[in-house]
Design a protein around this ligand. Structure first.
Ligand code: HEM
Length: 517
């Protein structure tokens, strides 16, 4: 946001006089700052501010800080330089970035796209504003303090239908007012879903991204699709979760079995009267598990895998696991000790839980592709801005051919994956669920594998461009640091790259003609 500046004006000669022991003023982009009382508090130290006292410090400032620093310390601004206009373009809440390649091509007026209609564009604008206004500021705070999402933000997401939209298209959107009615729930398709996922991922805070009910995105689907035999339970859980009162997560992976879901050791044994299961075992890396009330849990029922809805209660314990991304994701180690679960809480059929779990995989992986490709783009934007303003060896970074080569590679990786993502999304919009399962499991797996390989390259090049700042959690390079530390979550969660690559080729082989070609 542009800094709010008092109406008072000064000449440059007046500012120049304030380079004394008691008075330190300087100019940043035609705005006059009085830093006399800020010298002690300045994180970069007093000496550097004294060195620029009385001068125009615009270049020095932008070489070292993000623009948002000025917004945070706006009360240091005392006026502006008479007759001059600012030249720095401050990011405006809800607006598109003017940086080339910072937005997908369909958002640039000079480019056309066959995929997006007016309702997608309306949703994009509303989601951008919602993210900039409510999600990003909280995301940055939670990344710093490691706390979980606030109930206030959950309530806001519930009231505006953002929570509902995170689940993708479906009946759960019918009759819900989505962000003031920008799109009709019945019209909501996978491109609307893509818009929501990509706009929501722009915070640059990967841990918090999962903290904003990532567990619901993968857990609640099982309730929506496999709880029809128990409508009362289905309604209760849906209402609880969509109203933001309670939280739900998917508890499948274990220390014993990660991507190999058939090897689960958490057991569920029926009581002699057949009314309950007794669940014993552990779950590891459960996103949002620490603060969840409902656990959609994969259990071994003797002859196979089953899925049970377990409510937090006696015998259920959760412990925070510290991972490379922030604790805001609420990643948990969960233990079930003789937990009594009514048989009515079985989702799908006994011993056939693998279908319940598999049913969710394509959408989960596709959502992760939306996120990692959008985050990669954010990194490209940051690198372009930095290379454009950073002066080294008397030149801007962008003036060095080696830097332009890196940027070219990063841009090409982002654009090609976005185009592939949109191509697959179009197929999702035009295929039945059965057709999607048959034809898109392989391509989505390959897309995710490739998008996270691209993220690996992008993270690597970005850190090289940013140097030490790309390794520092605060200040200019924080988005690069966060991305480099967390892109691996997308490469592992929802199926590791190797598993997905293998799946993609095996699926393709199913359609290979029998004859020797
Ligand atoms: C209104 C004016 C200013 C404010 C509010 C401000 C605030 C800050 C803040 C919050 C940081 C911590 C890092 C970050 O969050 O980016 C910082 C670091 C720093 N600042 Fe400033 N600053 C101002 C002006 C200046 C100027 C004019 C200079 C000098 C030439 C300067 C030199 C530095 C240096 C050298 C660092 C350390 C940078 C690093 O670790 O990479 N600051 N400043």
């Amino acid at each position: 946001m542009p800094v709010q500046v008092p109406a008072k004006t000064f000449t440059r000669a007046e500012v120049a006089k304030h380079n004394t022991e008691d008075s330190v003023w300087f100019i940043i982009d035609t705005v006059v700052y009085d830093a006399s009382e800020f010298l002690d508090a300045h994180p970069g130290g007093e000496a550097v501010l004294r060195q620029v006292a009385g001068t125009d410090a615009t270049v020095a400032f932008y070489n070292l800080h993000r623009h948002e620093v000025l917004e945070k310390y706006a009360d240091l601004a005392i006026g502006s330089i008479e007759g001059e206009k600012p030249s720095i373009i401050a990011p405006v809440l809800g607006e598109l970035s003017p940086v080339p390649y910072a937005e997908p091509l369909w958002l640039r007026p000079e480019f056309k796209s066959p995929y997006y209609k007016d309702s997608h564009r309306r949703l994009q604008r509303a989601m951008r504003e919602f993210t900039d206004k409510y999600i990003t500021p909280e995301a940055q705070e939670r990344e710093r303090d490691g706390q979980y999402i606030s109930q206030e933000l959950i309530d806001r997401m519930a009231k505006t239908g953002v929570l509902h939209m995170r689940m993708g298209p479906g009946k759960h959107l019918h009759g819900v007012e989505l962000l003031g009615g920008v799109v009709d729930g019945k019209e909501f398709d996978y491109f609307h879903d893509l818009v929501c996922s990509q706009e929501g991922a722009r915070t640059g805070c990967r841990g918090f991204q999962d903290g904003t009910m990532g567990g619901m995105v993968i857990g609640l689907t099982c309730i929506l699709n496999y709880c029809h035999h128990n409508p009362a339970l289905k309604k209760r859980v849906e209402d609880d979760v969509f109203s933001g009162r309670k939280k739900i997560c998917l508890a499948i992976t274990e220390a014993f079995a990660g991507s190999d879901v058939a090897g689960l050791r958490c057991t569920a044994t029926k009581t002699p009267d057949g009314k309950h299961y007794i669940v014993n075992g552990t779950k590891k890396w459960i996103t949002n598990g620490v603060f969840c009330d409902y656990f959609v849990t994969g259990v071994n029922t003797g002859k196979g895998l089953s899925v049970l809805l377990i409510e937090r209660g006696e015998g259920v314990e959760t412990k925070q696991i510290k991972t490379s991304y922030s604790t805001a994701a609420g990643t948990a180690y969960v233990t079930f000790d003789n937990v009594k679960v009514p048989v009515e809480n079985l989702l799908g059929e006994e011993n056939k839980g693998i279908y319940v779990i598999l049913s969710n995989f394509n959408h989960e992986r596709w959502t992760m592709c939306c996120g990692v490709i959008r985050n990669s783009r954010l990194v490209v934007e940051e690198c372009l801005k930095w290379a454009h303003q950073r002066l080294v060896f008397g030149k801007r970074l962008i003036d060095q051919p080696v830097i332009r080569q890196k940027l070219a590679k990063m841009i090409a990786l982002v654009e090609s994956h976005q185009a592939w993502l949109e191509q697959i999304t179009y197929q999702m919009c035009n295929m039945s669920y059965a057709e999607q399962s048959k034809h898109l499991g392989g391509p989505i797996a390959l897309l995710k594998m490739s998008a996270t390989r691209a993220a690996h390259e992008i993270a690597d090049e970005a850190v090289q461009i940013w140097g030490g700042r790309g390794l520092t959690q605060t200040g200019m390079g924080r988005i690069i640091e966060n991305f480099n530390r967390t892109y691996k979550f997308d490469a592992i969660l929802g199926g590791a790259e190797e598993i997905l690559g293998d799946l993609g080729v095996r699926q393709a082989m199913k359609f290979m003609p029998k004859a020797v070609l």
